[in-house]
Write a protein of this length. Structure first.
Length: 175
């Protein structure tokens, strides 16, 4: 891990996630009744739980609205959920203000142009492997995993390793 990324990751207290294209692969599926469904990767969820054990907190900011997002957030203990955020930076500012955070204490993972204003402000920004070219070019870090396929977990591991907390939260799996 490069020193600049390590320095930024050391300051992170909150990880803010996009949903479509980050927590999911970006596909939108409707059932026979017209209800939207989403597929989330179990390793991303496990990574969120590991990070929470290490004291990190989570928020979701998404441009779309779906009851499935609230369900997944509740299941994972994600404290802040902002759906229908057409200007995500406004939702970001609300979260930062509510929890008395500095930009340096927030990490953000995204996949598309709508995420760029937050990339410019967050202390650490990451683009999933299959993010669009411009978004990858603006990120502090380009992840090796695509959205919905373990990218969130990868980002969490990078942060926890930089903070020397990874071994602590995973040691029970090795004993």
């Amino acid at each position: 891990m490069d020193d600049a990324i390590r320095e930024k990751a050391l300051k992170i207290r909150w990880i803010i996630l996009d949903v479509d294209g980050v927590m999911t692969d970006g596909g939108i599926t409707y059932d026979a009744h017209g209800l939207e469904t989403k597929t989330f990767h179990v390793r991303d969820g496990h990574g969120i739980k590991l990070a929470q054990r290490a004291g990190l907190r989570f928020a979701i900011i998404t441009g779309r609205e779906s009851p499935v997002v609230n369900l997944r957030a509740r299941e994972l203990g994600i404290e802040e959920v902002r759906q229908g955020a057409k200007r995500k930076i406004e939702a970001y500012d609300e979260i930062i203000g509510k929890w008395d955070l500095t930009d340096e204490e927030a990490a953000y993972i995204g996949d598309d142009l709508i995420d760029l204003p937050i990339f410019r402000r967050a202390g650490l920004s990451a683009a999933v492997a299959d993010a669009d070219l411009e978004t990858r070019g603006q990120a502090d870090l380009i992840l090796s995993h695509p959205g919905g396929r373990g990218a969130v977990r990868e980002f969490i591991e990078i942060i926890l390793q930089a903070q020397n907390k990874w071994k602590e939260v995973t040691e029970r799996y090795y004993s």
